[in-house]
Design a protein. Structure first.
Length: 234
């Protein structure tokens, strides 16, 4: 599992570095370039040449190291290693989003695309929503395969002290995330892209809040749940 994630993230970091190297001659050393856009496609944050070219690849390298280390330090390491499909989905999906964001930011700074343009801005927003919706749907599809661990998943006091609560909560949350992702994707394709992001935020937030409440209700019905009795508190 770790080797596959490292190979995929290495390839994507190399792609990001390649884009940056290509763009270097096109970016003035003392220039200021857009690094963030609002929902109207207007730049609202700017950074220097080094920020645009190297920040995202550096973040990617750090995340690759983090994803590689977590399975080795988790007290429930075996469970996390058994969750290889959802773990790789999160790992590689996160890197794909990072690579896409880096590519768009660098191409805009180099003048290859104009994200402030009326036609390009909404188009970019639409594809970001489609990409993110597909990622959330894919995550939901594999969420039920997550085994109890300390670093990934719906980690509430009740899922961490009841395997039954963990299993049921992740199956239900997986379906909610799938529906949210599919709804986001469809909304992005047939409606105004901004509405797709609203669907994504509302759906994801609602799914998480429901998961927290549901995990407690299942925990209450689990006779094997872990609890702390008063004499153990000392």
């Amino acid at each position: 599992m770790i080797r596959k994630g490292q190979i995929a993230s290495t390839i994507l970091v190399i792609i990001m570095l390649g884009i940056s190297v290509w763009a270097m001659p096109h970016l003035p050393v003392d220039g200021k370039f857009a690094t963030h856009w609002n929902l109207q496609g207007q730049a609202d944050r700017f950074g220097g040449r080094n920020m645009v070219l190297w920040f995202m690849p550096a973040i990617g390298f750090g995340m690759a190291v983090l994803f590689s280390i977590l399975p080795l330090i988790d007290p429930r390491r075996k469970n996390l290693l058994r969750s290889s499909l959802p773990y790789l989905t999160v790992w590689i999906g996160t890197f794909l989003v990072l690579c896409f964001a880096h590519m768009m930011m660098v191409l805009n700074a180099a003048g290859a695309v104009d994200l402030a343009d009326v036609s390009a801005g909404p188009g970019l927003l639409r594809w970001i929503a489609v990409f993110t919706g597909a990622f959330v749907a894919a995550l939901g599809a594999v969420m039920g395969k997550m085994r109890p661990n300390w670093f990934m998943g719906v980690r509430t006091p009740w899922t961490l002290s009841s395997d039954l609560s963990w299993d049921k909560t992740h199956r239900v949350t997986g379906w909610l995330f799938m529906l949210t992702g599919i709804a986001t994707l469809i909304t992005a394709l047939v409606m105004i892209p901004r509405w797709a992001l609203v669907v994504l935020v509302v759906g994801s937030t609602g799914s998480v809040l429901y998961a927290i409440a549901y995990s407690f209700l299942v925990w209450k019905t689990d006779p094997a749940r872990e609890t702390l009795v008063p004499e153990e508190a000392d």
